[in-house]
Ligand binder design. Structure first.
Ligand SMILES: [Zn+2]
Length: 152
């Protein structure tokens, strides 16, 4: 995947997502999330941040729900967190995920207080509730570089 894979001018038509030969549909991100997706291409996990009340948000927020400020900025996630919930998937939901099964999906609670749906990778493991998790990046089924969390 090249650095310029995500081009804003392409977004209006949507970006086809594939997992090998399987189509995962058309992804249509919003301009408000552009920096988030472009950050992932650079192996950076960006969060929205309100400088007025120091609250972080996972993207898709343009107004702080605490204080109503609309001048949110982007901040790098420090990369640490804890397993909030997880599920080990043994039966792939579609052919696109068959080569990955078994795998572990779940929610990580970042040190910044943000919850993020992600893939957990036992390293060294095991994946369990409240286990420490560290940010990494992997190209998963969609062929997009996504944030994953190493656990253990
Ligand atoms: Zn705020």
């Amino acid at each position: 995947m090249s650095e310029d894979r995500i081009k804003l001018e392409d977004w209006a038509q949507g970006i086809p997502m594939r997992a090998g030969p399987v189509s995962l549909g058309l992804y249509q991100p919003s301009p408000e999330t552009a920096e988030y997706w472009q950050g992932l291409e650079r192996k950076e996990l960006l969060l929205r941040h309100c400088g007025h009340c120091n609250r972080h948000y996972h993207p898709k927020r343009i107004v702080c729900s605490d204080c109503g400020a609309s001048d949110l900025t982007w901040k790098h996630a420090a990369g640490g967190g804890r397993v909030y919930s997880f599920s080990e998937i043994h039966r792939a939901p579609s052919a696109a995920f068959a080569a990955s099964a078994p795998y572990i999906n779940g929610i990580v609670r970042l040190d910044e207080g943000v919850h993020l749906f992600t893939r957990f990778i036992p390293d060294p493991g095991p994946v369990k509730i409240d286990a420490p998790a560290r940010l990494d990046f992997r190209v998963l089924e969609s062929e997009w570089q996504l944030p994953v969390f190493l656990v253990g």
